[in-house]
Design a protein around this ligand. Sequence first.
Ligand code: 2DT
Ligand code: MG
Length: 218
Amino acid sequence: PTCEEDGRGALVVVEGLDRAGKSSQCEILARRLQEMGHQVRYVRFPDRSTPIGKLIDNYLRGQSQLDDHSIHLLFSANRWEAARSIQEDIANGVSVIVDRYSYSGAVYSAAKGNSNLSLQWAWQPEVGLPRPDLCLFLSISTEEAARRGGFGVERYENDTMQKRVRELFLSLIELPHNDEICVIDAGKSVGEVAGDILEPVLECMKNVDAIGPLRKLG
Ligand code: 2DT
Ligand code: MG
């Protein structure tokens, strides 16, 4: 029922700190777009269902120890193994909503206090992956994140790490070539945030054919 038959889909990434509401917002967004007649697929990273994803899941749950470089490259490999199917969907007019992507990948690794992974090193394995047409960064203060309940038990779910992650995310957003990043105030109510997200996504989906074919991350 839409005009997408002859156009490509949009690649929309949702990023942010833990407890910013990414997963709930991705689900709401995917449902609303579907109700409007768009073809949509919802993907999340890490995708813990693949063999590489299982290694990542074990690591995050503290069941295995891995060198920081090694786990970093597994997170990236987990995106590379999904890249072709994302490209195919986009080419076939299906928009893909992605819960966490390369930005989380670079930022979480570089935020580790005990490692010497620079943001620049951490970004390199992402070069060449499908480039998002739009990246929504769900921003909440560390105080608001704390109000939303305690941390889970996984690795990275602690105050020091979250503070560093937030700072690094903000430094990424300021880079001039990252003009597809749109900052959303995720401290508002679920409904308000959903409305604030829908608007730029619809705008992006309208403009995607003017952008041309799906680009690659540089
Ligand atoms: P979830 O809570 O969203 O399942 O994420 N992470 C994620 C990385 O360190 N590198 C990555 O490339 C990605 C996608 C963020 C689990 C944790 O994994 C971190 C939180
Ligand atoms: Mg989490």
